[in-house]
Ligand binder design. Sequence first.
Ligand code: WTA
Length: 674
Amino acid sequence: MSGRGEPGGYDPRTQRTGAVMPDRKQTIESLEIEHRVFPPPPEFAAQATADADLLRRAAEDPEAYWAEEAARLDWMSPWEQLVDRSNHPFYKWFVGGTLNASVNCLDRHLAERADKVAFHWEGEPGDTQTITYADLHERVCRLANGLRSLGVGRGDRVAIYLGMVPELPAAMLACARIGAPHTVVFGGFSPDSLRDRIQDCECTAVITADEGWRNGKTVPLKANTDEALTECPSVTSTVVVRRTGGDVGWVEGRDHWYDELVAAQPAECEPEAMDAEDMLYILYTSGTTGKPKGIVHTTGGYLTGAASTHRYVFDIKDDDVYWCAADCGWVTGHTYIVYGPLANGCTGVLYEGAPGFPAEDRWWEIVERYGVSILYMAPTAIRTFMKWGPEHPAAHDMSSLRLLGSVGEPINPEAWMWYHEHIGGGRCPIVDTWWQTETGCIMISPLPGVTPTKPGSATFAMPGISADIVDEAGNSVGLGAGGYLVLTEPWPSMLRTLYGDDERFVETYWSQYEGKYLAGDGARRDDDGYYWFLGRIDDVMNVSGHRLSTIEIESALVDHEAVAEAAVVGRSDETTGQAIAAFVTLKGDVTGDEELIGTLRKHVATRIGPIARPKSIVLTDDLPKTRSGKIMRRLLRDISEHRQLGDVTTLANAEVVADIADMAESARAAGDED
Ligand code: WTA
């Protein structure tokens, strides 16, 4: 494993890391010469929710700022202390206050917005639902009662394994209503990944569906759940949404149809009064080891951060139609599809399926149909749309759009400009938002109407957030220099710990620099103080905006009987940001061929999920290693990206490098598989 200061890690002096896409960096450098700046359009600025005064007030007194933001929520009882700093890094926010997240997202809107649309939902096959706040409230209450009837109560963990159906946000809010922390597992994950997550936090119930829709095909969610549950003794009940009507296996006494369960329940449900610091959810994310980290978020601080940032960054107005085109399986869906938007009483769009189904203009058809005014998506999607061509958005009336957002990975300036021109019609501000599962909400982003933007830069820290870039020794590097991104003050929506592993929490985020949170990203500031993100400094890859650890994929490969050893690196990819490149040595008696390569790629997809399928696998007799036996991933990255090979003098087996490079070349010439 390489980390900071090791091969493949980020070097703040040269501002280079193996994880960085070289073409993007060149572009950033050339842009600095070009100095393209987009000032806020005056008409937008005139109506914007945020203004410069907000930034000034937050900078003068961040705690007063957060107290004001938290006061926009409905509290059942007020907090006694804003932030308790006595046990660093285990901060507590809004100490003593009580509230319920589902009440803040639903009940409090009913007096004035009962008939306002909460979600325009569109299924992949084309079926639709219009769900008002009153409808969603009723659905959530019925399911919350249903869960209680199955014995699920305060503090019990519930796994949610669904596609993007309306029952997904409803399930999250139903859990929140009864104080049962949810853990949403992305519907594209495998039975093994589901099992690991359920086991780690010992869920007692799972909410799933018969099947999901993706690209015109069905995803066997219930069958996957059944497989996972053969090794999950903590689970005593499942609730199964009927989505496709496909055949499923059934365990009497354990399995319950969702529609039957909720039909028998009352439409009102008494919410639990939760302590501000009670757990709202656990969301697993990849770290630098094979074991995913269970990020723990609490009720008061998280909801404050989600609602406040959603309001300012997306300039939310009562008549907006807002579409965050993420999946609720990731943090973006938690914060910016469910908790933030609903806390703000906003109308959202939910789309179940793939962007190219049935045709490459599906998204733009949706924008036109619902009159979407705010669109938030990942650069990998933007690059896919670039590849498909501007004629698809051009065929639709997208004049309703007024603001665009980007999240999940650095956005390269070409994609930024394409987004600006072909989606935003040249008139919409773009907010490039940097944050993490751990931070709970956006930390670094332009405020639309306030911040002049530069294509490719996430600009500045949000109001109430203190960021810095430091060198190896922890000293601020100042303007015009690069280093490690840190957050220097606690913030309300910060992760509280890793589920069941306080030690790893402290070690991963708080042990490098006294009192500072280490994000794990390389970044630099230009002379104007704008932040430019450069990619991860650890062994975490970013494929299509999803975090995957190299170690996780290596373990899955080594798990196959033919494999002796494996090394995985992220190489830059035009569409997905990074692509997974694997180098594998086989056991002595195995001969490798194309068929085996196919089998290994499939094996990883089965073990982790299709998103983890390596784009290329090179079979090699040996891997480049240091004398101490450490695999030199930096060299493999150089090979994958056709770079001049770095220093090989520390290698124990320098001769393998040329062979691997040759093999990688012929693999590439044969064309990457998909
Ligand atoms: C990367 C997603 C550059 C970064 C919300 C971070 C970004 C990781 C940006 C978190 C951005 C996210 N610019 N890089 N605007 N947004 N990242 O936990 O490396 O899935 O550490 O949260 O994505 O990914 P996560």
